[in-house]
Design a protein around this ligand. Structure first.
Ligand code: ADP
Length: 550
């Protein structure tokens, strides 16, 4: 509660400091304040007026009572012919509190009895007294102004207001028929009984009451306004401020902000709705951020793919030019090389067997020239300078022929070759000798990797890839496997790990080229220490639709 009041004081200070004419809270407080002030003013004004009326009515009743009493006393004492008693009675009543004076005078204006004995016998201005009740005293009945039979009026005295009561003393039958024959019967009114009652005391009481009532009214209105402010602050202004603050923070991007209003009323519902709205916004933003991240990753991936593709393209271009250049060079060197080998052989025949040194030199020349010739053949194969044939091939037969050729070679004497050839494979279209060259390359590589001792498994089967049928030939060896860093370079021309003079680095490049020309592809699977498997896949197409390996 203490905090609330402090908060309210700060809030009011804020309002005053900012002079915020548009503030809802200020408008509410001012409107309710005016309403309370007007309502309570009317209420207290009615209470004051009502009090005044009540006091006056009481005074009138009181004055009317003792005036009637005096009138009766006059009648009784006149009939009893005790005129002195009338004077005594009037003097006694006249000495009562607030009774200013009591006069009884006849129609000539002579005071016959008075609460002030000195006044008896004096003449008063009867005309001015008559005018209190008649506008024209000469025509009393027609010009009577006092409708009220009690006949009173309020006049201004020296000490304040005075309630003047006037009662005509009527000439009753008992008066004019009395034995004294004092009053003639044609007179209606014998005299006037006038009493003046001071309202000074009542007026001062009323004034005091008025001041008290107004003070009470102001204090009540003030406290009412304060209590109203507290209630308004608690149930309306503070929740509204929290909501406005929350909306500002959310609009600034703070979607984790929650508006803490725990009431079960409309404000509580509004806060709950607002909180669920920010929760939804937060989720939506999270989703967007995730999408953006995924998109970024996808863009980065695609960019990398494009970059790799471009690199690949440049590389392929390089290889193509290299191939063309190699083909040209190989073609040029091939003829002189053939000449060297031929003439070296002729010379070897001419040199006698005892000239061992020359013969050995010539054999080295022949050996090296043949090696060069082998490299050049490889280069020509790589650049497809050797024309390809196109025929129906039984792949199992091609494998068997290849095995027949290599099995007699010393290299394969300690290599166990197992076959698992699927029977009834369909024929494929291609160049059997080129494919034989591919198989040979793979078998020699396997034997090299196993240091010419180990096991090679050859298997054939039909497989389906992306809805297309392929014939798959698998070559698996029990060698040391291929290191990870070499995997990407295997099919590049001139990549070799074999010692100089043993490997050219063209075997796999040429094989890859041949298989591609047949519309297929080669894949390799290897792990260091676990052997290597090469998979050649050739498409099952026949006749004209088959790719031309040339
Ligand atoms: P070369 O046989 O003249 O080296 P290749 O293109 O045929 O050229 O082979 C390239 C390289 O691939 C080889 O030097 C060797 O390192 C690696 N390689 C090929 N086949 C195998 C295999 N079965 N096991 C391990 N390494 C292999």
């Amino acid at each position: 509660m203490v905090i609330d009041i402090r908060e309210q004081i700060n809030f009011l200070k804020d309002l005053i400091a900012k002079k915020s004419r548009h503030s809802l809270s200020l408008k509410l407080i001012v409107a309710i304040g005016i309403l309370v002030l007007t309502g309570s003013s009317i209420f207290w004004y009615m209470i004051i007026i009502r009090g005044e009326q009540e006091f006056l009515n009481n005074s009138i009743r009181h004055t009317a009572a003792y005036t009637a009493m005096i009138e009766k006393s006059i009648f009784i004492n006149m009939h009893a012919r005790q005129v002195g008693t009338i004077q005594d009675t009037i003097e006694i009543i006249g000495s009562s509190e607030n009774v200013m004076n009591i006069n009884v005078y006849n129609l000539e204006g002579e005071v016959r009895f008075s609460s002030d004995r000195a006044m008896v016998g004096r003449k008063i201005d009867i005309d001015s007294s008559c005018r209190l009740c008649h506008t024209d005293p000469s025509k009393p009945e027609e010009t009577m102004t006092m409708k009220d039979s009690s006949m009173w009026t309020i006049i201004k005295g020296d000490d304040g207001r005075v309630l003047r009561f006037l009662r005509p003393i009527v000439n009753k039958e008992s008066c004019y028929s009395a034995s004294c024959h004092y009053h003639p019967s044609d007179r209606k009114i014998l005299g006037i009984l006038e009493t003046d009652y001071s309202l000074a005391n009542i007026d001062s009481t009323l004034r005091r009451q008025k001041i008290e009532t107004i003070t009470f009214g102001i204090i009540f209105t003030f406290f009412f306004c304060i209590v109203l402010c507290i209630i308004l602050w608690k149930i309306l202004i503070k929740p509204l401020q929290l909501l406005a603050d929350g909306m500002k923070r959310v609009s600034e991007g703070d979607l984790n902000h929650r508006v803490e209003i725990r009431t079960k009323d409309e404000m509580g519902m509004l806060a709950e709705t607002f909180n669920s709205m920010t929760r939804e916004l937060r989720n939506a933003r999270q989703k967007l951020e995730n999408w953006a991240k995924e998109l970024e990753a996808e863009v980065a991936k695609k960019t990398e793919e494009i970059r790799r593709g471009q690199e690949q393209l440049i590389h392929t271009e390089k290889l193509a030019s290299l191939g063309r250049m190699a083909a040209g060079v190989a073609h040029e060197i091939n003829s002189p090389l053939t000449g060297i080998v031929t003439f070296a052989h002729l010379m070897l025949k001419r040199i006698p067997p005892e000239n061992k040194m020359d013969r050995e030199d010539l054999e080295v020349i022949i050996e090296q020239a043949e090696r060069c010739s082998k490299i050049i053949k490889g280069l020509l194969g790589f650049s497809r300078a050797i024309p390809a044939e196109r025929a129906d091939i039984d792949i199992n037969d091609t494998i068997r022929h290849t095995l027949e050729i290599i099995q007699n070679q010393a290299k394969f004497h300690n290599v166990k070759i197992k076959t698992d050839l699927s029977p009834d494979l369909p024929l494929i279209v291609g160049d059997a000798s080129q494919l034989q060259q591919v198989f040979m390359n793979l078998l020699i590589n396997a034997a090299d990797a196993m240091n010419d001792r180990g096991e090679i498994t050859i298997a054939t089967r039909l497989v389906t890839e992306e809805g297309r049928e392929f014939l798959e030939i698998e070559f698996t060896d029990t060698g040391p496997g291929i290191p990870e860093e070499h995997m990407g370079k295997l099919f590049e021309p001139f990549f070799t790990t074999k010692p100089v003079g043993k490997g050219t680095g063209l075997g796999l490049a040429v094989s890859h080229g041949i298989v591609r020309k047949h519309g297929g592809h080669i894949k390799v699977k290897s792990a260091p220490g676990k052997g290597t498997s090469f998979f050649i896949r050739l498409p099952l197409v026949t006749g004209d639709s088959a790719p031309d390996p040339a």
